[in-house]
Ligand binder design. Structure first.
Ligand code: S3P
Length: 172
């Protein structure tokens, strides 16, 4: 199956752009965080509070594995999906990976409140976001077939750029 996976930091626009891409491609849209929440009957915040980040990451891997049986879809992944080796291998096997690039400042502005993002909630705002993004940047780049800078762009512009670039990426 060949999915289109959107990866990138919280607030990069993965869900918003993903919906637009799915519509353009005529594919279903899947939000991996929402899939996990539905499967678990718990919010991401609850899962982090009860099972910790490690518990959440296991559920994320399970949800990603299950996509092997799904029809070609556009999948918005949680921002930390690239942290786990198996996840990166699954992304590479199951489709094309698009990295939506965003600055920490713009990410925080787009997110608004951080209550639903346990890794940013109560942390030091732009400093915490910058350090988290810096630690992840090379993994986002290494996982991605294409990268699109979203800074200052409308979601529809980003979606058009992604579509144009995807045409140049071979589907295995
Ligand atoms: C996370 C990002 C969140 C969610 C969880 C952890 C991360 O998803 O999966 O809070 O580690 O960056 P979004 O990127 O959709 O906000």
């Amino acid at each position: 199956m060949s999915h289109v996976f959107l990866v990138g930091f919280m607030g990069a626009g993965k869900s918003t752009v993903g919906h637009l891409l799915a519509k353009d491609l005529g594919h279903p849209f899947i939000d991996l965080d929402e899939t996990i929440e539905q499967d678990e009957g718990r919010s991401v915040t609850q899962i982090f509070a009860e099972d910790g980040e490690t518990g959440f990451r296991s559920l994320e891997t399970r949800a990603l594995r299950a996509l092997g049986d799904a029809p070609p879809s556009v999948v918005a992944c949680g921002g930390g999906v690239i942290l786990v080796d198996e996840n990166r291998a699954l992304l590479a096997c199951e489709g094309r990976v698009v990295y939506l690039v965003v600055t920490p400042g713009e990410a925080l502005a787009r997110i608004g409140g951080t209550e639903s993002r346990p890794l940013l909630a109560g942390a030091g705002g732009v400093v915490a976001a910058t350090s988290l993004l810096t630690a992840r940047e090379s993994l986002y780049r290494a996982s991605a077939d294409i990268a699109v800078d979203t800074t200052g762009k409308e979601p529809s512009t980003v979606a058009s750029e992604v579509l144009a670039l995807l045409k140049g990426v071979e589907v295995e």
